[in-house]
Design a protein around this ligand. Structure first.
Ligand code: RFL
Ligand code: PHB
Length: 391
């Protein structure tokens, strides 16, 4: 079998790349080891930078996003018993962010690829990549029906997430890895109750961080800082709501509760592997880098990577390798900005198990600074809405 670009992984990175390549007249095959239903239901990100929204519009993928997405002009920061608003529109000259769940983006992308006749294979197994240092790399796998396939490609895109097989296929010693695990995790819930807030609330409380976000005008999503080894069984719904009530408490404001229908614990880490290319294998999204979710950057970075990659592969297949040669550096500059911002938001808002009173005072001072200084608030707003702005 033959395709121009073999794409491993039907997450946002792999699916969007396949669509962007199709717009440039390049054919691709996306292979995914999970089922379509699983990919469409996996609860993850929810917040899109302003440049990501524009990118989806330009790629003619924003019909439902424009109808159902919730545009937000700022966020709240809560600490020391007070809630402060940061107005992004005012601080950044009109930039905003949009709540539109990753599940919906994945559904839109899969539907569009299938409508356009794109090749997608779900529930495959034994994925492997080979001959990466030649100009005919090979993608092999077992189909859902048990048939062995070998696909000769011009290039392979490793969009298979943090636990995928593409990054480990690069010969040992060629990658530089920067890795940090944080001493806390997020317990995330989705609940059938209208959000109690118009915009996201990032909350630092002596008991730990909490975030109130949303999915739709009827569905709330909330996150609670817990220990990394926390067991979900120890968190019945009433214990979760009681923790949120304590952390978000504010005189005159009420947190509405409702039935919880999704619950999971996510560890927090920062991870960057470079370069993002080996021969004809290009890594994109979580396959190359992970950020803690406090900055809402992971999905946006994945989509920014494949925007750069689509142009690089287009030129490479026409015989010009300059963009492909610059791919890794072009992405990593944005990745490191997002990695710093996510680390900064995370360490400012969470309570580490070994935190001393000095650390607490430093966090509170930083929070007072970003909520009183226009210069500091502008820096947060510029990073949160996306820096550098996606062209
Ligand atoms: P994905 O989404 O992990 O997709 C990778 C796909 O590859 C498949 N795969 C394989 N397929 C074939 N063969 C193999 N051997 C394979 N191994 C793996 C997997 O099944 C999967 O379908 O990576 P991608 O496309 O790079 O997308 C990255 C994003 O999913 C991720 O960065 C975000 O979800 C992170 N994130 C957030 N990002 C934001 O921008 N804004 C947010 O508000 C935000 N909130 C979050 C988040 C992530 C969270 N969790 C659960 C990690 C909130 C949470 C709680
Ligand atoms: C979400 O809506 O799931 C979300 C929003 C902002 C974050 C993390 C997650 O920082």
């Amino acid at each position: 079998m033959r395709t121009q670009v073999g794409i491993v992984g039907a997450g946002p990175a792999g699916l969007l790349l396949s669509h962007l390549l199709a717009l440039r007249g390049i054919d691709s095959l996306v292979v995914e080891d999970r089922s379509r239903a699983y990919c469409e239901a996996r609860q993850r990100a929810g917040l899109l930078e302003d440049g990501t929204v524009r990118l989806l519009r330009e790629a003619d993928l924003a019909q439902r996003l424009d109808a159902e997405g919730l545009e937000h002009g700022g966020i709240y920061l809560q600490f020391a018993g007070e809630r402060h608003h940061l107005d992004f529109r005012d601080l950044t000259g009109g930039r905003t962010v949009t709540i539109y769940a990753q599940t919906e983006i994945v559904k839109d992308l899969i539907a569009r690829r299938l409508a356009d006749g794109g090749a997608l294979e779900f529930e495959i197994s034994s994925t492997a990549v080979a001959d990466l240092d030649t100009d005919r790399p090979v993608l092999s796998y077992m189909t859902a029906g048990g048939e062995r396939r070998e696909v000769i490609c011009d290039a392979i895109a490793g969009c298979d997430g943090f636990h995928g097989i593409c990054r480990p296929s690069i010969p040992a010693g060629l990658l530089t890895v920067r890795d940090r695990a944080y001493p806390y995790a997020w317990l995330g819930i989705t609940a059938e109750v209208p959000p109690s807030t118009d915009e996201l609330i990032y909350n630092r409380h002596p008991e730990g961080f909490a975030l109130h976000t949303m999915r739709t005008p009827q569905i709330s999503r909330l996150y609670l800082q817990v220990r990394p080894d926390e067991r979900l069984e120890d968190w019945p719904d009433d214990r979760i709501w009681a923790a949120f009530q304590r952390r978000f408490a504010l005189p005159g404001w009420e947190l509405k509760e409702g039935p919880i229908f999704d619950k999971a614990v996510t560890p927090m880490r920062s991870f960057v592997s470079s370069p993002m290319r080996y021969g004809r294998l290009f890594l994109a999204g979580d396959a190359a880098h992970i950020v803690p979710p406090t900055g809402a950057k992971g999905l946006n970075l994945a989509m920014a990577d494949v925007t750069v990659l689509a142009d690089a592969l287009h030129a490479l297949l026409l015989g010009d390798s300059r963009l492909a040669d610059g791919y890794s550096d072009a992405c990593l500059s944005r990745v490191w900005r997002a990695t710093h911002f996510s680390w900064w938001m995370t360490t400012m808002l969470h309570v580490a198990p070994d935190a001393d009173p000095m650390t607490e005072e430093l966090q509170l001072s930083q929070l007072r600074y970003v909520t009183t200084s226009r210069a500091a608030a502008t820096s947060l707003a510029e990073n949160y809405t996306g820096y550098p702005p996606l062209r």
